[in-house]
Design a protein around this ligand. Structure first.
Ligand code: GDP
Ligand code: MG
Length: 331
């Protein structure tokens, strides 16, 4: 055991040892990994932490019990091509957005704190579905630490800012402060101000001004851009008028950093309704493995159609695929 582990690490390790639920374990392990001194002497320990972390994450993903239903609220079963959480102050318009983009039917009201449990919905985007998760408001009064594991587990977040509220900026700072207590950072709050404690998770985030119909001159929006635009993408929409609603879907897709690939059997056409979704930067080999483990082992070469330069050209297994590529695997 290397002797130079920091008090912060030991603190997180203590939390890990006391953790009961998989999500508490994941959060403690993530912190241990984030703060562990990175050098040769800790390499084995780092590897060990990583393997424990992936086991705990797998545990989290596993349905519990015969019905596949989860008893706890601290995980939202992943569905579709990606999972994006909706964050914001009470009344910022989270539930309205979920209702507009998905088939979910959240309660929408102009009194705060209507959403008490995480509510997922599937958003159709072209030929795929993306999961949005409406969460209780991020405020000191309503935030429960266990909700943090849902954010940790998500691929990205939208932080909603009510452009019509005089408290917009205060609410944004509060949301960030609340999450930083759970060691989650959406984007840096104030580069000049150091964060207390360690951040163990940085969540990819877009800041979204809501109710733009109530900010017709874009005054509040300009303030958002001015104050945050250098640290996070800033966008806006209105549920009432529908302004930018279709654009926001495209931006959510872009945030996920994924590509859609189509596989085709030799001599046949690709099915463009049924893409494989892969992380951006994935190779031909990874795509093959995604389809079937056996496929990757037996793969000899592939042919690609699509991204401009390729018209049925033979490519190597480590060739990086691009959005929309059609791949023919040869075994
Ligand atoms: N004018 C206007 N009002 C909106 C818009 N989106 C939501 N609201 C209203 O704002 C209130 C809070 O919305 P809700 O979606 O419940 O917010 P949540 O608490 O963040 O889930 C409701 O009265 C909505 O009707 C919008 O785009 N324009
Ligand atoms: Mg709500």
């Amino acid at each position: 055991m290397p002797a130079n582990l920091t008090p912060q690490y030991l603190e997180a390790e203590k939390r890990y040892k006391q953790a009961v639920t998989p999500s508490d374990k994941v959060s403690a392990l993530e912190e241990m990994l984030a703060v562990i001194p990175k050098h040769k002497g800790t390499e084995k320990l780092q590897a060990d932490l990583k393997s424990r972390l992936s086991k705990c994450r797998a545990e989290l993903q596993k349905p519990q019990g015969p019905g596949g239903k989860r008893s706890s609220l601290d995980i939202v079963e992943r569905e579709g091509a990606g999972q994006v959480v909706l964050l914001g102050a009470p009344n910022s318009g989270k539930s309205s957005l979920l209702a507009r983009l998905t088939h979910a039917t959240p309660e929408i009201a102009d009194y705060p704190y209507t959403t008490r449990v995480p509510l997922p919905g599937m958003m159709p985007f072209e030929n795929i579905q993306i999961q949005l998760v409406d969460l209780p408001p991020v405020s000191h009064e309503s935030w429960e630490p266990r909700l943090s594991s849902i954010i940790r587990n998500a691929d990205a977040a939208l932080l909603l800012a009510d452009l019509s509220s005089p408290e917009m900026l205060e609410q944004l700072e509060t949301a960030q402060a609340v999450l930083e207590k759970s060691r989650i950072q959406l984007f840096s709050q104030d580069p000049a101000k150091p964060i207390e404690g360690a951040i163990s998770k940085k969540t990819k985030t877009m800041l979204v001004g809501t109710k733009s119909d109530l900010d017709p001159e874009h005054e509040a929006l300009d303030i958002l851009k001015e104050l945050y635009g250098d640290r996070v993408p800033v966008f806006f929409f209105s549920n009432l008028t529908g302004e930018n609603l279709s654009e926001i879907k495209a931006r959510i897709y872009q945030m996920l950093d994924i590509v859609r690939i189509y596989s085709k059997p030799p001599g046949k056409k690709a099915d463009f309704n049924d893409p494989f979704v892969l992380k951006k930067g994935s190779t031909v080999l990874e795509a093959a493995a995604h389809i079937h483990k056996d496929f990757a082992e037996r793969l000899k070469f592939a042919k690609i159609w699509g991204s401009e330069r390729f018209e049925g050209q033979m490519v190597h297994r480590d060739h990086v695929l691009e959005e929309g590529d059609v791949v023919e695997f040869h075994l």
